[in-house]
Design a protein around this ligand. Structure first.
Ligand SMILES: Cc1cc2nc3c(=O)[nH]c(=O)nc-3n(C[C@H](O)[C@H](O)[C@H](O)COP(=O)(O)OP(=O)(O)OC[C@H]3O[C@@H](n4cnc5c(N)ncnc54)[C@H](O)[C@@H]3O)c2cc1C
Length: 540
């Protein structure tokens, strides 16, 4: 049973705004800039402003900008990746509005890489049949986008910002519409400790939930808070079973938990090969492309070999690339390896699959509206339906841009009147922060890359046992662990329900895609009794 009704300590302070935006990645910053048209904006974020996934994004942003490309071609590639579950209307919005949103970012000051004539350089990534990925600083796109958006927000004197402000829960009025948030601020002066922000609308832009697994490419802040907060308010979640795993994150030692640096696929593109502990090639005879097989195929094979051999990592041998290429093209790899005492010129690099991207989240319509009045969501926390069962590379930054902008336009038209928050009458306790690592390990073992009815049932039992150890201590870490428990439970419920293999959801006991039965979206709502109720809804 998941804590379904929580109540923060009585707020020690209250602030007001017309719109409160939660999160300061590409989605939150874009939403804040556009929501100004509707009224006073307060942006709150739980750590430093650039602590989210956005600044770590490497590849770039996909948009049909080349003369030989088109939104129709981008649409087709996105639908193919999504394996039958993309919402065509949402994809249409993404690909047709995408090019203008990228131009907006460039106009705002994002310095994308250009050729000597000043034309945007476009690269290609897996799954894209055209060159359509804009990038900045080579592989530092996210950092440049975050920098440009932060500069624009800093220059906007009608956006107030509070850092180190962990949003705990939504304030709901008598009609169960969102009318603000409760939050815990590590601040000073009058805004310190638990407070409340009363607002006419709330925009959740809290990013992903990679930290629900023991190993992830996501930063520490990606604890699925927005999904859990929305679920407790009664909002529908969708497609939660579809989590993309990156096959090669750096394995930094036994017991390593949390964010692991990404080891770029370009290394395999240049000739790097995956080996097991005995020096045998891992990808031989698995796929015609061998080490260059699609991400999900590589992650799955690696997980199988690791399970068979009872090991927690494999090896990526890049010694054949030579010192010159490694130093010139892959300085980030060399720096990350140096930190763990590995020299890729002499030793194979230890790697393991890691949770990378949540395709599902809080269900929204084409304007970011959730199923709860006054509550909007954008970016990785949202499920607009553009990714379906698998995200096409570099569509996620674009999704944040496009739908955050649309929320701004919707708010301008429909900002609700202020209303009075009600308090919940039967608050449950919080899950102990001490259970976090146990939860993450259980999720990786039973609900990670490879899943089956048995493994999911075992994980569900472990989650139940953890949930029974509610200790109620209202520390920020306990709120985060409770949120992890909530998204873990939603994920396991959906993954157990979907008895097929599709996109990034792999069931060992149902190895085939089954369009006759499963061409449906799994939507869930958290009931007051702490159980997720599953509903199958038509796609599109
Ligand atoms: C290593 C890596 C490489 C990637 N490369 C690419 C790429 O090349 N192209 C691409 O399209 N995508 C890429 N992605 C995915 C992409 O970066 C993310 O999907 C995207 O940045 C998400 O943006 P966001 O604004 O939704 O969330 P984030 O950027 O994660 O921001 C979330 C914000 O919410 C805040 N927050 C969270 N919880 C709370 C709370 N309770 N209270 C207050 N604030 C809160 C966080 O502190 C943060 O500010 C990559 C991801 C990773 C991890």
């Amino acid at each position: 049973m998941i804590p379904a009704r929580l109540r923060a300590a009585a707020p020690g302070w209250t602030a007001t705004a017309d719109v409160v935006v939660v999160g300061s990645g590409i989605a939150g910053l874009t939403a804040a800039l556009h929501a100004r048209a509707a009224g006073r904006v307060l942006l709150v974020t739980k750590a430093l402003l650039d602590a989210g996934s956005t600044r770590w994004a490497q590849g770039g942003i996909a948009a049909a900008l080349a003369p030989d490309d088109s939104p129709a071609a981008h649409f087709a590639d996105t639908m193919t990746a999504g394996a039958g579950l993309c919402d065509p209307a949402a994809v249409e919005v993404l690909v047709t509005e995408g090019p203008d949103r990228v131009r907006d970012l460039a106009a705002l000051g994002a310095a994308f890489d250009r050729d000597p004539e000043g034309v945007l350089e476009l690269t290609r990534e897996g799954g894209h049949l055209h060159r359509r990925i804009v990038h900045a600083g080579g592989d530092a796109t996210g950092a440049e986008v975050e920098r440009a958006l932060l500069a624009a927000v800093a220059a906007a004197d009608d956006i107030e910002v509070i850092e180190h402000a962990l949003v705990l829960d939504l304030l709901l009025d008598a009609q169960r519409r969102a009318c603000g948030v409760t939050l815990h601020v590590l601040g000073e002066g009058t805004r310190d400790g638990v407070g409340a922000v009363r607002a006419r609308a709330v925009v959740l832009a809290t990013g992903g939930m990679g930290q629900v697994y023991a190993s992830t490419t996501n930063p520490d802040v990606s604890t699925g808070d927005g999904m859990a907060v929305a679920a407790r308010a009664g909002a529908a979640l969708a497609d939660v079973e579809f989590v993309q795993f990156h096959p090669t994150a750096l394995w930094s030692g036994p017991g390593a938990v949390g964010r692991q640096p990404l080891v770029t696929e370009a290394l395999r593109g240049e000739g790097g090969i995956l080996l097991d502990a005995h020096g045998r090639r891992v990808m031989t005879d698995v796929h015609p492309l061998g080490d260059l097989a699609p991400r999900d195929v590589v992650a799955k094979q690696m997980s199988r070999v690791m399970a068979e051999q009872g090991v927690d990592h494999l090896l990526l041998d890049v010694r054949g690339l030579g010192a010159d290429l490694l130093t010139r093209r892959f300085p980030t790899l060399l720096a990350n390896c140096a930190e763990i005492g590995v020299d890729p010129l002499r030793d194979p690099v230890p790697v393991a699959p890691a949770a990378h991207y949540a395709s599902g989240g809080v269900r929204t319509d084409l304007h970011g509206r959730t199923t709860v009045g006054g509550l909007y969501a954008c970016g990785e926390v949202a499920c607009t339906g553009v990714h379906g069962a698998n995200r096409l590379a570099s569509n996620s930054l674009l999704e944040g841009l496009v739908f955050a902008t649309r929320i701004g336009a919707a708010l301008e038209q429909e900002l609700p009147s202020p209303s009075q928050p009600q308090t919940s009458d039967r608050p449950d306790g919080l899950v102990s922060a001490a259970a976090r690592t146990e939860l993450q390990r259980a999720m990786t073992e039973g609900a990670g890359v490879l899943r089956s009815a048995d493994s999911l049932q075992h994980t569900a039992k472990t989650l139940d046992a953890i949930a029974a150890r509610i200790d109620g201590a209202p520390a920020p870490e306990a709120w985060e662990t409770t949120n992890l428990m909530t998204v873990a439970s939603a994920l396991v419920t959906a993954a157990a329900h979907r008895e097929e293999t599709r996109g990034s959801h792999w069931r060992e006991d149902y190895p085939d895609r089954d369009d006759a039965r499963w061409l449906v979206r799994i939507q869930q709502r958290l009931a007051p009794d702490g159980e997720f109720a599953v509903e199958e809804v038509a796609v599109g």
